[in-house]
Design a protein around this ligand. Structure first.
Ligand code: NAD
Length: 455
């Protein structure tokens, strides 16, 4: 089916009003939960095939996140759908005002390869909860997950409302040429610009979930705990995570201790040779492998550094003596290289972050209240976390999205529902008493005086 035909079919179906009913929305969310529960093996198997992701990691970082989103939506749907009363000022009485969320229509969701299941199905939860139909375009770089979604989604969800389209840039281009009611894109900045331009042709609103260089600042607290949490948030999915800490900023005194503690944490998690660990993933393809190996000379490797192209394996690697002008510090790393840079104090770290494009996430490790406050007040990023990284995405009530270069719009929890809804205001007045007469021209001196007194 071509893109225009698919859109026309879904638009017709949307027009029947079936998807607006709360009952339909619930059924779809429950069906999605059944899909996740009954076909977990096929789903995590595909993730393993695409990314060498262990089944436990696939379950925790993909299946569980979508499941939590769907359960949260089911629990709150009634409240989200309920009209919200707005007070009417005296001069406009009698009358009632309220706002009510209604679905946008037919939405397009374009996903990336790094969490190919989560980043297609989590936005779908919002689209369905809000009563839309949806076209899903998973990434061609994670073909096993793409295939399994194309096979299972129509088995569980309403086929007239949800379609999976497989393919690469040409397929996306065709879809983007159509007048969807919303485009939800997750991926890199380059394609983000293409998506926004294409959507602008139809004045289609977009959500862009992009990436960026997310810093982790370590200026206090227990360094070994910080190292373990940073290593966990970074090396999950072989560090191909949009909110993974990209680099560390710490003081000269803490840097060597932190570097050692990171090496220890890596050994504790993945053993002395992570290539043999079933819990450590692989780089998505040779292109990214070569790019990452090319970044290694931006600093001195203090732990890790081994790599094997045939397996697309790169060891968790910590670097020091990093040149801030090197490619390592210019582009989003999106792989298991962790540079440690030194700053005098928290203030210098905050200024370092502020001098660069707004990151998707920013992390602070410290146990001093004034540090937490200062960082939270001064750092502009998509999201912040204190003494934790990456796992903040598992809190379904927290909105998730970027700002500036790291994206526009957000989702998760109620924010997903709002992203895929139009909050429509309604003002309703009876005709029986025309209290507006005072506002109609002509305005003589008596009317003017009265109006001034009333308003
Ligand atoms: P990708 O290459 O898989 O591309 C994403 C999607 O864009 C794919 O479906 C692809 O088919 C489509 N695409 C590619 N070229 C296109 C074109 N010319 N026109 C239209 N569509 C096209 O993924 P990627 O961009 O390599 O993803 C990695 C990036 O995504 C990183 O920057 C990462 O930080 C970011 N990311 C962000 C989030 C988030 O939630 N904010 C999550 C994951 C990844």
């Amino acid at each position: 089916m071509n893109a225009a035909g698919l859109l026309a079919d879904q638009r017709r179906y949307f027009g029947t009003g079936v998807t607006r009913a709360a009952g339909w929305r619930r059924e779809q969310l429950r069906a999605l939960l059944r899909l996740l529960a009954e076909r977990e093996d096929e789903l995590t198997g595909a993730l393993e095939e695409d990314l060498g992701k262990s089944r436990t990691e696939g379950f925790l970082s993909e299946v569980v996140v979508v499941r939590a989103e769907a359960r949260y939506a089911l629990r709150h749907l009634d409240r989200w759908m309920a009209p919200e009363r707005i007070p009417v000022p005296g001069g406009l009485q009698p009358g009632r005002a309220w706002s009510q969320a209604r679905p946008l229509g037919v939405v397009l969701i374009i996903g990336p390869w790094n969490y190919p299941l989560n980043l297609v199905l989590a936005p779908l939860v919002g689209a369905l909860a809000a009563g839309n139909t949806a076209v899903l375009k998973p990434s061609e770089l994670s073909p096993a997950t793409s295939r399994v979604l194309a096979r299972l989604v129509p088995e569980y969800l309403d086929r007239e409302a949800v379609a999976v389209v497989q393919g690469g840039a040409e397929v996306s281009t065709d879809l983007l040429a159509q007048p969807f009611d919303h485009v939800f894109y997750t991926g890199g900045e380059r394609v983000g610009k293409i998506v926004m331009k294409a959507a602008a042709e139809h004045l289609t609103p977009v959500t862009l979930e992009l990436g960026g260089k997310s810093p982790a600042v370590v200026v206090g607290g227990d360094l070994r705990t910080a190292a373990r949490r940073i290593a966990h948030g970074k090396f999950l999915n072989a560090a191909q995570t949009c909110v993974a800490p990209d680099y560390v900023l710490t003081t000269p005194a803490a840097a060597p201790i932190l570097a050692d503690a990171l090496a220890t944490a890596v050994r504790d998690f993945y053993g002395s040779d992570p290539s043999t660990s079933g819990d450590y993933g692989r780089i998505i393809n040779e292109h990214h492998f070569d790019r990452l190996v090319g970044l290694l000379d931006g600093g001195t490797v203090v732990s890790g550094g081994r790599h094997e192209r045939t397996e697309r394996y790169i060891e968790p690697t910590v670097l020091r003596d990093v040149d801030p002008g090197s490619a390592l510090m210019q582009e989003e790393i999106f792989g298991p290289l962790l540079p440690i840079l030194e700053v005098g104090d928290l203030d210098e770290a905050i200024r370092f972050i502020g001098a660069r494009p707004h990151p998707l996430a920013a992390y602070l490790f410290s146990d001093r209240e004034e540090h937490l406050r200062e960082f939270t007040d001064r750092v502009q990023a998509g999201g912040l976390a204190h003494n934790a990284c990456t796992i903040q995405l598992a809190v379904p009530g927290l909105p998730f999205g970027g700002v500036g270069a790291s994206g526009t719009g957000s989702y998760h929890g109620r924010q997903s529902f709002l992203t895929f809804s139009h909050v429509q205001p309604v003002f309703s007045k009876p005709t029986r008493m025309d209290t507006l007469r005072l506002a109609y021209p002509p305005f003589g001196p008596v009317k003017r005086r009265l109006l001034r007194r009333l308003l």
